[in-house]
Design a protein around this ligand. Structure first.
Ligand code: SF4
Length: 448
């Protein structure tokens, strides 16, 4: 949409003037070929234009090849497949030989996140960046050889200690992380790169993406940007959060591909992604009504989903530009209660006003080994109505604690259907059944 660089990922054109690509991610165990193929097909039938699968270890590489083969032979080969790789450069190198795109997380490709403050001199810092660059070289060579694209997936919740110690846990730190890797890409003459700057905080995600967009322009770089709000949750809250962050950036003309992450069956994500892109496609935001920190948004959209998208996107946009204190919605097709309900959701999503408990929940992926959707639903039901309280429900112990680091309490998946309870960043229980974890969470919150 806004990036100047355009290229193919499989059969899909990304960047330049190409339409925004709507993508999604499986939550099956990638080693379970049958379940993963079936889920990919449901997602593609629902409108996913690119599908990502997690590859936690080398053990999933052969099943991934088989998934790709079966999708091709069943007539689904037109949709590019993306491998999601954390921690293990060897896995990235293995999947780069046959996948259309590989997502790496610069925060944990060679660096670590132990929440430690590192006091590095400039030369020590530079040496660590150089070590990372050398370790990444084979990946970029393989990608060049096979025409594979790379997504640099920067997450606010998984920035490495080196970056956080120097730049704080901030949008600026996210930009530094992206720029370090873009320099590495440029050094190796590798340009098939997409970048994402994700956070569960809508304003952080918007700020980081806009800053990176501007920083790239200053450097005469213009790589496509992938937009998403992580751990958005589910239902209307999750959709409004995503629409506020993604929609606001699209209204600024920023963004080439999007994913709406929901803690729901993954086939629910793309229909809402397409609805969002279409609902805000022709909006004019040049003369919004903002007075004394209050946005008054009058709209005549009668479709509820489209109205939700438009209201959330405009509020996100106006909050980013003006710093809002209040949002007032006007629409003749909806009741006063419906207007007030959406106003509250939009303001909570943008943190203009915190009117309810804040919930963060990852969409889950092949690393999740418990029924996160029902646990999250139970947590939301039990702990609604505590403004100022933040609770995380995360799929795995590998990334979950980092991704919900600013939550007051959390439930994080362990193995074999068990979960652990967290108080802040600290694990306060052994792995236990979700019902027992709910009871412990209840006691912790009531005691406090
Ligand atoms: Fe997957 Fe959730 Fe773990 Fe992220 S936190 S890797 S989405 S299970």
């Amino acid at each position: 949409m806004n990036s100047k660089r355009q290229f193919q990922i499989g059969n899909v054109t990304i960047g330049g003037n190409a339409p925004v690509v709507v993508q999604s991610m499986t939550n099956t165990d990638t080693a379970d070929v049958q379940a993963s193929v079936a889920q990919c097909k449901r997602m593609i039938d629902a409108g996913a234009q690119m599908v990502r699968l997690t590859v936690p270890s080398l053990k999933e590489v052969e099943p991934l090849k088989e998934i790709q083969k079966r999708l091709k032979s069943d007539g689904y080969g037109q949709i590019p497949l993306v491998a999601d790789v954390h921690f293990n450069p060897k896995v990235a190198e293995a999947v780069a030989t046959f996948m259309d795109k590989v997502r790496v997380n610069p925060g944990n490709f060679t660096d670590k996140r132990n929440f430690s403050q590192l006091d590095l001199s400039d030369s020590e810092y530079a040496a660590q960046v150089e070590r990372m660059a050398l370790r990444a070289k084979p990946l970029f060579e393989i990608c060049k050889q096979h025409g594979t694209a790379v997504r640099l997936g920067i997450n606010h919740g998984s920035l490495c200690d080196r970056i956080v110690s120097r730049y704080g846990n901030t949008p600026e730190a996210m930009v530094q992380s992206a720029l370090e890797w873009l320099e590495i890409c440029e050094r190796y003459d590798f340009h098939k790169v997409v970048i994402s700057m994700k956070s569960s905080n809508v304003l952080t995600m918007m700020t980081a993406t806009k800053l990176l967009h501007d920083s790239m322009l200053e450097r005469n770089l213009s790589y496509p940007l992938h937009l998403g709000v992580t751990e958005a949750g589910n239902g209307r809250e999750g959709r409004v959060k995503s629409a506020a962050g993604i929609g606001a950036l699209l209204l600024m003309g920023i963004g080439d591909t999007i994913r709406v992450s929901l803690t729901e069956p993954p086939e629910n994500e793309s229909p809402f992604g397409h609805a969002l892109v279409e609902a805000i496609g022709n909006m004019d935001v040049t003369s919004l009504n903002v007075q004394d920190g209050t946005l008054t948004f009058a709209d005549d959209e009668s479709d509820e989903t489209r109205w939700m998208c438009r209201a959330a996107a405009v509020a996100g946009y106006a909050h980013f530009q003006h710093g809002l204190r209040e949002v007032k919605l006007r629409n003749p097709h909806f009741t006063t209660e419906q207007l007030a309900d959406l106003e509250a959701l939009v303001m909570q999503a943008c943190r203009i006003k915190i009117l309810n408990t804040e919930f963060v929940a990852c969409p889950s992926c092949g690393r999740t080994q418990y029924d996160i959707q029902s646990v999250f639903a139970a947590v939301k039901q039990r702990f609604a109505g505590y403004p100022g309280l933040k609770i995380g429900v995360m799929g795995c112990i590998v990334n979950g604690p980092g991704e919900m680091a600013d939550a007051d309490y959390g439930i994080v998946g362990a193995s074999n259907g068990l979960v652990c309870v967290y108080e802040g960043k600290k694990r306060v229980s052994e792995p236990m059944l979700p019902d027992a974890a709910m009871a412990q969470l209840d006691k912790l919150i009531i005691d406090n």
